[in-house]
Ligand binder design. Structure first.
Ligand code: NOJ
Length: 744
């Protein structure tokens, strides 16, 4: 008998059902016990609003499920549909109604949020390159950001199907994250030639737009990106023949912000921001602020979570830029740096030492590592199974993903072992048709178990990530948040056992059953008491094993995260964690009280008070006057005001010596409050092949700042700095573009 799926709101005292181990693989050897059925011991799900306590499920809408055949081949874009599902560049019929019809399946998996591919209206004409035709089934070729694509909704491009999906998802306790591609519209040289509509009214196309001069143009009319380490090319040149939107144009700025706000109005809980490396970086700070400001104005219960796609590995040229952008924009990132080495570790024998080294580097680089959006597969890369992973290896990688720090994203179909390996399984074969919805596969049960653990034990969402034992194939790591502990032991070797001696843990003394009930060969662990950390009784990790032992304590008030970590007075900010109680207490920014907007045991929302701009420590005091400080690294950055994008061109600049870059400092927190190091000041400035250096910065609306350009080679001591600051007052809304001349 299957236990009914439970999603009770805010359980205050949850006792996971005692899990008895169905396997007895405490010793060595490589015998594999068939996976036990998950019933009747499957732990209940808790429903916490914070996405960090949820599992995200990524869906390519067109390839998931056809819930409405009437929209398969709509009149206005006829001929893009292939009912045989053999032309991988056509639409195959999946739609928003289809996702809605599979909500109970998603619930059975323990999914807490869905990320859907861009649902906006895409081009109605096939693009043709080298004689091959391409339909925009993926959603990244928008023509109208304010309407829903007819293949996913209805022939009138209304929001009906979208609204129905959001309502059904929310009723099931599932949040909805929309993929938003602000970088571009659609192909320039084919299809609809960069056409753009505003809620059904044509605004421009690429050729017409080219007649516009200066900042009136909707698009940057520049060459294709050739150098992916050139910051100017990345932001101003053309990505893959896609008409590159000029976010500096006030009309484009207003259009994109109105469009993303429309999705919020229709109930969206968060956004995956496409290709953020190619959008104007400073403008994106203002997009984040526009989203959070709208959320406050609309009275949303929880501020949205935003994550961007920036494909950059550790050691790549722009890794530091990506971390700076994430730390200062308020938008976290898809964790590509970790992904690259996790894929290698689980599939081709890469070492866990490399994975751990990545985690360490990222912990030192990103202000909020627990916010990073983690994944092992997605629509742009071959699935692990196409790369040669066995199903065992995929199961283990999933277990790692779901217990590692970060917000985990499971790619649709992984739980069904879906893969098509043509051409190495890359795009488009990584977007295969979902054909099976079986919630009892081992992978599906892994997801369900670990979604429950993430919901119940706050160490997964908020804890640190401590290495306890490691070699090439074995990684034992501990997640710990206050008294809550999760200890994860993985042996990814296919044939060798590993005896584990000298393991210490923060788990209290006792014997712990494997949380997944032996599903991936884990067995129980005995911990003796010690001083500080406790010694585990030596044991053997069998081949391809994941064992998880946990202890949950949620009664002590402890803050785990802030969402967002920056904002202007009046903006709503959520403190999430445990043990806040249900009676409202107080929130302090340093010693200044903040108005409490809502108070629950796991989530307190407050309004940023009128207070000096800068960094402020946030403390929450429960009604019983017990304090829970937000960790120091999550201090709230209070801005002077809401943000507007200002593009500043520097003329008469001194020449750069080798290794030098231009930066901009200023006496507002948005520019680093006078700091002259690379991580806090704005920059480096972009260097067009001809013309002057420039940068778009997010400045507080209506506030006067004093700007000073300088040159920096490394460290924080400029090699040259302007003698006199430029006084500049940002507009109260819209965008601005100014030009200043270097003051020698
Ligand atoms: C990255 C997306 O993930 C990819 O699928 C898309 O084609 C490009 N950005 C362009 O939007």
């Amino acid at each position: 008998m299957r236990m009914p799926y439970q999603f009770p709101r805010l359980l205050t005292a949850v006792l996971l059902l005692a899990i008895t181990s169905l396997t007895s693989c405490g010793g060595g050897g490589s015998a594999v016990t068939p996976p036990p059925t998950p019933t009747p011991t499957m732990p209940a799900m808790e429903n916490h609003p914070d996405l960090r306590r949820r599992v995200v499920y990524q869906i390519v809408t067109d390839r998931f499920f056809d819930g409405d055949t009437s929209n398969d081949n709509p009149a206005q874009s006829a001929g893009m549909y292939d009912s045989t599902k053999t032309n991988w560049q056509d639409y195959w019929g999946g739609d928003l109604a289809g996702i809605q019809q599979k909500i109970s399946y998603l619930q059975a998996l323990g999914v807490g949020a869905i990320w859907i591919s861009p649902p906006v209206d895409n081009v109605n004409v096939l693009a043709t390159y080298s004689g091959v035709s391409y339909a925009p089934y993926h959603g990244y070729w928008a023509r109208d950001f304010k309407r829903i694509e007819e293949h996913f909704g209805d022939a009138n491009n209304t929001w009906s199907a979208f609204d129905a999906l959001v309502a059904a998802a929310h009723a099931a306790g599932i949040q909805v994250i929309v993929d938003f591609a602000a970088n571009h519209t659609n192909p320039i040289s084919t299809g609809e030639y960069g056409v753009l509509y505003d809620d059904g009214v044509k605004v421009t196309d690429y050729a017409t737009d080219a007649m516009q001069s200066g900042t009136a143009a909707y698009y940057h009319h520049q060459a294709a990106i050739a150098d992916y380490s050139d910051r100017y090319q990345l932001q101003y040149y053309t990505l893959d023949d896609l008409a590159d939107l000029s976010q500096e144009n006030p009309a484009v700025d207003a259009y994109l912000k109105a469009a993303i706000n429309a999705f919020q109005q229709h109930g969206v809980d968060g956004f995956r921001l496409d290709a953020v490396k190619h959008v104007n970086w400073g403008w994106e700070y203002t997009l984040q602020n526009a989203v959070q400001s709208y959320s406050t104005t609309a009275g949303a219960a929880m501020p949205p979570y935003l994550f961007g796609e920036w494909m950059e590995g550790i050691g790549d040229t722009l890794f530091a830029d990506s971390a700076k952008w994430a730390n200062n924009s308020g938008i976290t990132l898809l964790d590509y740096p970790l992904y690259y080495d996790v894929a290698t570790a689980f599939v081709t024998g890469g070492s866990f030492n490399t994975v751990y080294s990545d985690l360490t580097t990222e912990a030192a680089s990103f202000a909020a590592p627990n916010d990073l959006a983690t994944f092992i597969d997605n629509h742009d890369n071959p699935r692990l199974l196409s790369k040669g992973a066995t199903t065992d290896q995929l199961n283990e990688a999933l277990a790692f993903l779901l217990t590692c720090r970060g917000v985990p994203i499971v790619y649709y179909g992984d739980e069904q072992y879906l893969h098509v390996d043509s051409n190495g399984g890359g795009d488009p074969y990584t977007r295969a048709q979902m054909t099976s919805f079986d919630s009892t596969t081992t992978a599906a049960v892994v997801v369900r178990y670990l979604a429950a653990l993430r919901s119940a034990n706050p160490a997964i969402a908020y804890g640190g990530m401590q290495q306890r034992w490691i070699n090439n194939d074995v990684f034992i790591f501990e997640r710990r948040f206050n008294n809550s502990v999760v200890l994860v032991a993985i042996n990814k070797n296919e044939s060798n056992s590993q005896s584990i001696t000298g393991l210490y843990t923060a788990l209290p003394a006792g014997t712990y059953a494997d949380y997944m009930n032996g599903l991936l060969n884990g067995s129980s662990l005995t911990v003796n008491s010690g001083s500080g950390s406790n010694p585990a009784v030596d044991f053997t990790l069998t081949p391809h094993t994941v064992a998880i032992w946990q202890y949950t304590s949620t009664t002590t008030p402890q803050a785990g995260a802030l969402t967002p970590r920056e904002g202007q007075p009046g903006l709503h900010v959520a403190i999430t964690g445990t043990g806040f109680g249900t009676t409202a207490g107080t929130v302090l920014l340093d010693s200044t009280p903040a108005a409490v907007v809502s108070w629950a045991d796991d989530t307190v929302v407050f309004s940023i008070p009128s207070i000096n701009a800068g960094s402020h420590a946030v403390t929450l005091k429960t009604a019983a006057a017990t304090a829970a400080s937000v960790p120091a690294s999550f201090s709230l950055q209070v801005q002077e005001a809401s943000l507007v994008p200002v593009t500043i061109t520097l003329q008469g600049e001194p020449t750069l010596a080798s290794g030098e870059q231009y930066y901009l400092s200023g006496d507002v927190v948005e520019l680093g409050a006078g700091a002259t190091d690379a991580a806090h000041a704005a920059g480096p400035l972009l260097l067009p092949p001809s013309g002057s250096p420039l940068i778009t910065v997010a400045l507080p609306a209506g506030v006067t700042a004093h700007l000073r350009f300088y040159k920096l080679a490394s460290g924080s001591t400029p090699t040259a700095i302007e003698s006199v600051a430029h006084s500049y007052t940002a507009p109260t809304s819209g965008t601005d573009a100014i030009s200043v001349t270097w003051n020698p």
